[in-house]
Design a protein around this ligand. Structure first.
Ligand SMILES: Nc1ncnc2c1ncn2[C@@H]1O[C@H](COP(=O)(O)OP(=O)(O)OP(=O)(O)O)[C@@H](O)[C@H]1O
Ligand SMILES: [Mg+2]
Length: 317
């Protein structure tokens, strides 16, 4: 059983060049909860993850882990507190085997660490052996044990995504952030990933999951938070969020007053289409493309005017 952490984000802001990527976001995730974070391209999902993981510092607001403030800590310190991130873009260390890539995950958080290694202390050898064993277990959990001794850059895309997940697990996280982990995966690989995420949830790990394949996350998550234009526009169960007019508007580009049951039906179709698009193409199109295709499809289904997206933007303060 993992002792999942509690995450509390309160009023965080982050702007780039004066434009807010994340604005006044508040979010509480209970220990052991699997929370989905969804939203259109550019909504601020990855930026929010970077603010939690420590790759970016918030310009306002607070991030707390089990009640203690962490928003001033480096990404490394946060990793040692139990936060692991699987980034949206593949981050593979070239010139290292798959196994060594995963061992890096454990080194990010281990205690004796670098100094013991440099001094070649006995504790280092013992620790190294334990880390190797743990890394092999994580590779197996991620379904890529057979690739352990291959150079990481030789792994196909699906296996590289699995490698990142194995590395994150090797750090023995208490809070795991997954940014589009299913992107680029084939249907069978997506199913295996869904099973693994379900197992991690059953073990009590706290997780945040960003995914463009809305059907994929809705099926797995306890609750869903929806971001649009940097802010939270809805939060609730999958069913509550699906029926929320602001969510339908964000996905279909319609103003809230234009939405109704037809638009809700179209949103559901758009969601389903996103899944089908990826499956039909063997997962070779990226998730963003699938989502955009779904948006187009949704607009056609809803009969929403083409200019409604710009009308919506114009209505923003
Ligand atoms: N380092 C950066 N410098 C400048 N602008 C940035 C940077 N990172 C993100 N942004 C901008 O912030 C906004 C939010 O980006 P972010 O990547 O968080 O969105 P996202 O919801 O993850 O989108 P996607 O679904 O496409 O991954 C976008 O307008 C993006 O262009
Ligand atoms: Mg992103």
């Amino acid at each position: 059983m993992t002792n999942g952490a509690e995450l509390t984000v309160t009023g965080v802001d982050r702007a780039f060049g004066g434009v807010y990527a994340v604005r006044d976001v508040t979010l509480s995730v209970a220990p052991g909860e699997l929370r989905a974070v969804i939203g259109p391209n550019g909504a601020g999902k990855s930026t929010l993850f970077a603010l939690i993981g420590g790759q970016l510092a918030p310009q306002a607001g607070e991030v707390r882990l089990d009640g203690a403030r962490i928003d001033r800590l480096s990404a490394h310190r946060r990793a040692r507190l139990g936060i692991s991130v699987v980034f949206q873009a593949a981050r593979i260390f070239h010139g290292m085997t798959a196994l060594e890539n995963v061992m890096v995950g454990a080194h990010a958080t281990n205690g004796a660490g670098f100094l013991a290694g440099a001094l070649r202390l006995p504790v280092h050898h013992r620790e190294e052996r334990l880390i190797r064993e743990r890394a092999l277990e994580c590779l197996a959990r991620a379904g890529i044990a057979d690739w352990a001794d291959r150079p990481a850059e030789e792994l196909p895309l699906g296996q590289q995504r699995a490698l990142q997940l194995a590395r994150a697990l090797c750090a023995q996280p208490r809070l795991l952030l997954l940014d589009e982990p299913a992107s680029g995966l084939r249907a069978g690989e997506r199913e295996r990933l869904a099973t693994l995420i379900g197992e991690l949830r059953a073990e009590g790990l706290t997780m945040l999951l960003v995914e463009h394949d809305v059907a994929f996350v809705m099926r797995l998550a306890d609750r869903v938070t929806v971001l649009d234009l940097g802010g939270v526009i809805a939060e609730g169960t999958a069913a509550e969020v699906r029926a929320d007019p602001r969510v339908i508007a964000a996905y279909l580009g319609a103003a809230p007053e234009e939405t109704g049951p037809e638009a809700a039906a179209a949103a559901a179709t758009a969601t389903a289409t996103a899944t089908e698009t990826q499956t039909a193409t063997g997962g070779e199109r990226d998730a963003g493309t699938a989502a955009r295709a779904a948006e187009d499809q949704g607009q056609q289904n809803a009969g929403v005017r083409e200019d409604s997206a710009s009308a919506r933007k114009g209505a923003e303060p």
